[in-house]
Structure formats: structure tokens, C-alpha cells
Ligand binder design. Structure first.
Ligand SMILES: [Cu+2]
Length: 174
């Protein structure tokens, strides 16, 4: 009876660990030392103490055989989803391209355009042939004004400024 209840404790513990966390590092799992296997076995048989058993679990975590996901470095979420209309953007002979010229973002990103130029601009979505389409279309943006649009589907989206149609930019959503 004592033996089977300890076996249950082991199962419950393993189960709890798997809910809370994690992944097992398979490469390391193949190198699980014999003493670890023996400790688990002997704990189930009541030969070693709970303290020794827990120290063994601690060893597995410290040596990254068991990896607790919450301990990993967080994955950086959304990036810079801003396009600057730079000073001098109006000048057809200048290099004042949208920055970035092709903004790459994940699906669901809200992109903000900011007018840092000295004159008004707008943002008009256009199709492949350069014709304005009603997808994202801003009013005239004065210096410092912003315009936002949230991209919910994958694709390559083109836009331009109807006042300065030589300025074409891209948003690539994937
Ligand atoms: Cu413009």
C-alpha cells in the first residue's frame, strides 16, 4: 500500500510539472544519468527520501534536461510598426523616402504613419497598377499628424501620397 501511494505521488508530480511548464530537452534526455533513473525507481520503492527525489528533479532542471518555458527569454513581440514621412519627402529630386520604404510586420499589426515633413501629405492605398483603392486612406496629414491602419490579412500593400505620387511605399504583412 505504501509503495503504490508513493508511485501515485510520482505520477501526480510528473503530471503537475507537465501542466505548469515545459518541454523536455530530448538530446539531454538521452543522457539522463543512471543515478537519476535509480533515484526515481528507489523513491517509488521507498528506498530514498522525498528530499533526495526533489533534489534529483532540481538537478534535471538546472542541467536543462527539463526546461521550464517561463524561464526562457521572452520572444520579442511587435517590432517598430511605424512609417516616418521624413523631412523633404515632398521633393521629387530628394532622397526623402518613407522610412522604412518596405515595412514588414506580422498579421494583426497596427501601422502608424507620422508626417515629419514641413508640408502636408496623405496616405492612399493603391493597387498593383497604381490606382487608389479604398483600403487605408488618410485625410491630409499636417506636420506631426499621424494615421493608423491595422493589417488583418497577409499580403503586400502599396500606398502613395496623392499630392506627391512619386512617393510609393510598401507594407508587407506575413
Ligand atoms: Cu505627399
Amino acid at each position: 500500500m505504501k509503495r503504490s501511494s508513493k508511485t501515485m505521488v510520482v505520477l501526480v508530480l510528473v503530471f503537475a510539472v507537465s501542466i505548469v511548464s515545459l518541454s523536455v530537452n530530448l538530446a539531454s534526455a538521452q543522457a539522463v544519468p543512471e543515478w537519476v533513473k535509480n533515484t526515481a525507481l528507489w523513491y517509488g520503492e521507498g528506498i530514498v527520501s522525498e528530499g533526495e527525489f526533489l533534489n534529483m528533479i532540481k538537478f534535471l532542471i538546472e542541467n536543462e534536461v527539463i526546461i521550464i518555458d517561463s524561464m526562457k527569454e521572452p520572444v520579442p513581440q511587435v517590432v517598430d510598426a511605424q512609417v516616418v514621412i521624413p523631412n523633404g519627402n515632398f521633393d521629387v529630386t530628394g532622397a526623402g523616402f518613407y522610412s522604412p520604404l518596405n515595412l514588414e510586420v506580422p498579421v494583426g499589426t497596427t501601422v502608424t504613419w507620422v508626417n515629419d515633413d514641413s508640408v502636408p501629405h496623405n496616405i492612399q492605398s493603391i493597387d498593383k497598377t497604381g490606382k487608389v483603392i479604398q483600403l487605408f486612406n488618410s485625410p491630409p496629414l499636417n506636420t506631426g499628424d499621424r494615421f493608423e491602419y491595422t493589417f488583418e490579412e497577409e499580403g503586400v500593400y502599396k500606398y502613395y501620397c496623392s499630392f506627391h505620387p512619386w512617393r510609393v511605399g510598401l507594407v508587407t504583412v506575413s
